[in-house]
Design a protein around this ligand. Structure first.
Ligand code: ZN
Length: 88
């Protein structure tokens, strides 16, 4: 069950939210406003849609896809040949 989210800055303040600062999402680069919730937590609010940004952040959703295997760069060839013994 999702409580309806205050849709304006004034409504947020009335609900006990405190505006902290503007910023950008580190995942997708969207504009966000940081608020402190009535419970004292920091909440990023999407600047365009005035919703908690993590509800709608596309980049965050894509994080479940596997990352490219960067180890392959080092395993593919070249580099130091192993002597077969682990270093002491
Ligand atoms: Zn985002």
């Amino acid at each position: 069950m999702r409580k309806s989210f205050p849709r304006t800055h004034a409504a947020l303040v009335k609900e006990g939210f405190g505006y902290i600062a503007a910023g950008t999402c580190s995942d997708c680069g969207a504009g966000i406003f940081w608020y402190r919730t009535p419970l004292g937590k920091r909440l990023p609010v999407d600047a365009r849609r005035n919703l908690p940004h993590f509800w709608i952040c596309g980049a965050r959703r894509n994080k479940s896809s596997p990352a490219p295997r960067q180890l392959d760069l080092f395993e593919a060839g070249g580099g130091v040949k192993s002597s077969g013994r682990a270093p002491a």
